[in-house]
Design a protein around this ligand. Structure first.
Ligand code: GRG
Length: 300
């Protein structure tokens, strides 16, 4: 995060450590039966990744003065869903990748059946966390939070986006089709992370919630646009995953549809749109603004 304000870098490091130690203690120990599955779950989740989604939860939690002890749980739950999606996405029946977060992918390090179960078990654990911990004063709000994550992960969210992505391989997509796919595949969990973080604190009114949701929608899309640009411009070593994979697999991306220059312009526009949406929150949205910059200006 070298190009970002030192104060933001310190804040992000503190939250990343918080989330790391929470995940460490929430994941079953590797010596508990079934050891191999637990070892593989810990391998897939711990010690890697930017933790962007938990950071968004923390930043949104600052808007509503949420207790960090609550936000860390929703951050962990969202990160578990994200980790499961990466493990399944890397399987031979999907993207068939061998490198993730600078390490061999889960099915390469363990085996395919174990990787499948890792994803299943991580998803279950995420919902167990949301059910087990007190996350909102009002139980109805907490139930809404469970529903929110379920909808974002399911067939009308991330899993649906992945299905559209698989079906689109080798096809030419229009810009609206590409956007629809990514709003689901990548955007849904990013939006859920942001809204869940906010729900841990004081209630927002409808307008405020819509502002936050618009911010998250723009940032979710910007994340994907930047991801597509990095796939063509960055190296495998920098990314910690195989670069150039989109072109190799003949995937429709923002770069294939718009070209690099227009994709960068789109990311900048989405960033500006996101920043405008949270402007009325003033100082409470400082971390959200900084994260928008981090997501759009990142180099990995
Ligand atoms: C298998 C149900 C299912 C869904 C998979 C999210 C996803 C859907 C697949 C991941 C493949 C991919 C490259 C998506 C594009 C953007 C993205 C989510 C990149 C990975 O997220 P980062 O950059 O990764 O936040 P780290 O490792 O930093 O957590």
């Amino acid at each position: 995060m070298t190009t970002h304000p030192p104060e933001f870098q310190r804040w992000a490091a503190v939250q990343q450590n918080l989330i790391e130690s929470q995940l460490q203690s929430l994941l079953p120990a590797a010596d508990i039966v079934p050891q191999r599955l637990h070892e593989a779950m810990r391998y897939a989740v711990l010690g890697g990744g930017k933790r962007v989604r938990p950071l968004l939860a923390f930043a949104a939690g600052e808007v509503t003065a949420a207790a960090p002890s609550r936000v860390v749980i929703v951050g962990a739950a969202v990160e578990l869903i994200h980790a499961y999606s990466l493990v399944h996405d890397d399987l031979p029946c999907m993207d068939d990748d061998v490198l993730r977060r600078g390490k061999p992918t889960c099915h390469v390090e363990f085996d395919e059946a174990t990787a499948l179960l890792v994803g299943d078990a991580l998803q279950s654990l995420a919902f167990q966390l949301l059910a087990e911990h007190r996350l909102a004063d009002d139980a109805v709000v907490q139930l809404e939070m469970v529903k929110l994550l379920a909808a974002a992960s399911g067939s009308r969210g991330m899993a649906g986006g992945q299905a559209i992505d698989l079906a689109a391989t080798g096809k030419t997509l229009t810009l609206p089709e590409l956007e629809f796919m990514h709003i689901h595949k990548t955007g849904a969990i990013i939006r859920a992370a942001t809204l869940l973080g906010a729900h841990c604190g004081r209630a927002l009114d409808k307008k405020e919630l819509a502002r936050l949701d618009h911010f998250a929608k723009c940032i979710g899309l910007a994340f994907q646009v930047v991801d597509d640009v990095l796939d063509t411009e960055a190296s495998t070593a920098t990314l910690g995953k195989t670069a150039g994979k989109d072109a190799e697999q003949n995937k429709a991306t923002y770069v294939t549809v718009l070209g690099v220059a227009q994709s960068k312009k789109l990311a900048a526009e989405l960033r500006a749109d996101a920043l405008a949406a949270v402007e009325p929150f003033g100082a409470r949205a400082l971390r959200l603004r900084e994260l928008a910059d981090f997501i759009v200006l990142r180099k990995f």
